[in-house]
Write a protein that binds this ligand. Sequence first.
Ligand code: F6P
Length: 385
Amino acid sequence: MTTTPRRIGVLTGGGDCPGLNAVLRSVTKHAIQSGLDVHGIEDGFLGLIENRVRDLRYDDVSGILKLGGTILGTSNKANPARFATGQAEDGTVTWEDVTADCFATIEEHGLEALVVIGGDGTMACAQPFAAAGIPVIGVPKTIDNDVHGTELTFGFQSAVEVATEALDRVHTTAESHGRALVVEVMGRNAGWIALHAGIAGGADVVLIPEIPFRLDHILEQIDWRTSIGRRSTVICVAEGACMEGGEQVIHTLDPTSPDPVKLGGIGEQIAHEIDSRSDVEARAVTLGHVQRGGSPVADDRVLGTLFGAHATRLLLDGAANRMVAWRHGAVGDVDITVPGQGQRTVPLDDPHVLAARSCYTTFGDEVPRKLREEARGRGPRGLLR
Ligand code: F6P
């Protein structure tokens, strides 16, 4: 027998992204319309740990569709099963299981089901609640688009839009000065943002974590472009990309976070190498959190609304422990444990990779022979040192 919950709690966990408020609005409006009480949990699972829960009514979610961020706040450090409660001077972190505090909050507010909006980390944090018999519905978000089980997460298309605009802008300044411009984008261990923005922004080189690159191939691409009279080369590099035989560049380590490694810095390194190993001047731009902020693009508002409506429908149907997903061009759902199977990275034969290659874009793993031959035929200027 299936039962429909009457009071639901909703939270946004992990790093924010554009479209979170679209989901909150959709879940809340649909649930209210269906006679449910909705409670917003502040700052992700931290709000459950610290008993910070507030009512969500029509007025609370009206007018938030186009707002970036999340009206509930979020935290990417609050995993109740492994929560950092202190850090000694030598850096040693004290971890505690504070799940019992969350159960107390859930009981106090009479929450009969949870909607957790987040990435793979948030889905993993929800497991103890699902296991304890509290129906949980996950809604996948992240600019990285790397959640296993869904072909699309909301937030991704907004981040791609920001990165594409940045590439468009650096094209003109690179062309004016005859420079190589490196734009570093986010994405953790997945190259989706770099790949899509690289295509949309017409990057000459796209570097993603899934394809280790060699610097000499990038230099060859620059040399070839110079040889055919192009004044500039634009490179779009994912923060997780790394050189063949090398390692990812770590920006910072946060030992109190379940995801302690913060990537960043590869763009600056590449620009430095181009500067010192060729006669071409290079500059680097790191987009960082600009990609996560601001208003969601129309597609993310639509996707967020579809996802939120589906999440509420699942709860009304008495479903439990599912994650909303975009599959085969439509909204569906998968078991909430599916994201735990690993990150969704770019397959080497992904149509986007093949299409980019067919437009003379290199991934730094090879410079197509045709390019080299053409370059030779036209007499490269021999800019490489
Ligand atoms: O997962 C989203 C993301 O923006 C990644 O692309 C990036 O590596 C990471 O979060 C940055 O995390 P933080 O906001 O903790 O610096």
